[in-house]
Design a protein around this ligand. Sequence first.
Ligand code: BGC
Length: 441
Amino acid sequence: MTRVRRKVAVVLAVTAVLAVSACSSGTSTTPAKSGAGNTKDVEVFTWWAAGGEKAGLDGMISVFNKTCSQYTFVNAAVAGGGGDKAKTLLANNLKAGNAPSSFQAHAGGELSDYIANGQVEDITAVFKAAGLDTAFPKELLDQITVAGKVYSVPADIHRANMVWVNPVVLKKAKLDPAKAPATVKDWIADLAKLKAAGVATPLALSKGFAEEMLLESTLLGDLGVEKFNGLYDGSTKWDGADVTAALGDFKALVSYSNADRETMDWDAAMSKYLMPTDPATATGGYQLMGDWVPAQLVSLKMPESSYMYWPAPGTDGVYQWLSDSFTLPKGGTNPEGAKCWLKVVGSAEGQKAFNLVKGSIPARSDATSEGYPKYQQWAMAQWKASKLAPSLAHGSAGPGAWNNDVQTAMSAFSANPDVATLQTTLVAAAGKYSNWRKTLG
Ligand code: BGC
């Protein structure tokens, strides 16, 4: 297999830096759910509150209701793409000793925060009892294991480096929507053509994690996978001339996006610019977003023929992966019920019910593509054949505190797109956090 096998097992001897929670700012906590305290309730915390994300969660819940019928599912989802609001609330709740029965965490760096803070239980026994120790690819097991102890159950694999295309809009500039530009520079040239053809928003963009995804895919496309991966283990310097050039390209990409990007989440930008109710009236040509998009478009009843997709320019053959997983929090409500939930999350049936409608592919290695929509069938083949790169925006590449620093830099850049200032901030963030893997076993 040609994959870059990134050994990013989660840290055991974690540094104080890693112990900084992903969401240390803010003090609000979610109120205890009305059912909390009822021994039957299994309170599950996610950010899958609407659209395709809720549909995926509902699929998993339907299997839970059957398999764990002695328990009652309590949905503690908090809306906000990428978990921006949810992760802050969760951090505060965990600090306040108000843990749910189980919560969503990305495998990799993000999970390491919770392990470092002593907020999640070792679930190796649950894992083994459910026969999960042989169910997942080794690369993924490495992301949830510390010194032989497992800390979460992966539900899915998503891909971050994807561009979604409105073919009707692209045709206005005589661009072939099925053909991805080969490089980031070629993409910028196509964006210029769209603008010249009178397209108002060549690139639909939204705040926070979406800007960070665009930044990461530009770096990945310009630097190539090996150098990109090196940004997260210290072997590629963030102050290099190649990074400066990529940041220049990022600036050019952002210049073709909607001015109101800081006011909206990814799904709102999609509905406003790329895929309005009638996609033929769209004013947006492209949107870079993870592959939760097809599920969202299904939930909006958009036919598959209304959009196209390809890996972000320059990143073909690379799967920038992330994985949603579920934990057993220390001091959480109803640990026995939570274990039943974790078994469902890891089961073939649970993963199928979830992934079929979430846009992601099953984390289990024994899953087949039978019955999946066209996008996921393609994604499963890509996952097997591609090199791997992690995502900081979605927790696989590094700790939450690093992600927070980059997201802060994104909103500053959006207001004042100065490449030198951005690079200085990125260098400083990497200086604080890029050592995190060196302490790994
Ligand atoms: C999660 C996905 C989710 C996306 C948008 C990502 O961080 O891994 O499951 O669909 O955020 O909210």
